[in-house]
Design a protein around this ligand. Sequence first.
Ligand SMILES: [Zn+2]
Length: 390
Amino acid sequence: MSGLMLLTSNHTSHNDCWIFNCGHQGIVFCVACALEQLEDPGKPPVKKKFLLTELLKVVVDSDHELLRTLDDEPQVSVHLVSVLIALFASSDDGIIASAIEVIVEVCCQLRNEDLVYGIVNQVTALCLQDSSFQKSLPSLTLIGRLLQSIPPLADLLQQSYRHFTDYLLTGLKYPDENIQSAITYILLHLAGGHMTNICKEPLVKELIKNLLAIIASATSSELTMNSLGLLKKVVENECSVHEIMATDNYGLASSAFKKVLLSRNGIHQITVVQCLTQLVLAEKSLKQTTFTESLLSADIAEFLFECLATTNDILLSSIFCCLLVLTDSLNFFHECHAVYGMDSVVRATNHAMKLKNKDILCQGLELIQKMLNRYMFMLCSCIKYIRCFI
Ligand SMILES: [Zn+2]
């Protein structure tokens, strides 16, 4: 692409402070000309993509020269971001992704609160106005990216945009994994230490039900990861953890956990096993057993035994830890789980020995000991019971 092609007929009226050396030798890049062309619906997508790539390079690589100029000209920053947000209406995913990238980079480097608040205001209003999750996907992706890069932004959304977060929750049932993924990613960053940061108490129950349904049905790795991340926040919180253990969630919870255990994705499996352990421990601390019993009746132990055939030491340790907690439940021994799984546990412990990881080996040996002790005790009780009939 020649240098002249990057400039518009208005270029002579543009201040020198917007001119930068392009990544391509000898080509001049003018931010003002680039914005004019990005605004022009007649310009081909391929040129807009090129301009966005160059704009990103200038933002990242111009030794903060552009950022210093933008800092002095806040109205230009607002215009630049508005032009980029307008590109969200493009039918070209590459243009949308590049526009989001530039906005996030400008916000992170400029650290201008007013600019970020203005963007949040603009895109949340756009989402509510469009009332179409499909149309709002770029805005939702941008909000998620901004929350990831600027964590204090979560406070603003929790306090001043409650109507928007209430709207987001309705999108968890939207039949599109990209949208569910963008929403769960936002909620994950909004949750912080408490689910009521996302929604009021009565809605938490609905949120958890939808979340379990998403985990049970998700096909994309990204959606599974985001929803498991949110689930982890739920189980870490004392108030909301009870909601998962509600009777009407038993079937959904075991389906969701088993589906992830079968996935063969180490990170997903580790997350779900850790959530499972936390839930069983939470129920134990309440001196209740029905949720754990429902999981065992749904053969969750067998699924854990299957996952022991792994070379991932964190997964191995997480499963040993979960099984150790489950062995405190009498049902673990009543339904032949111990008999079925002993072979897998011995093999995994043998593998832990080869890994020369003392902690995992100790967990494995403790599990074998616990299973054998309880199993022997039950066997003796059985023999005594049989002798009564002899
Ligand atoms: Zn120009």
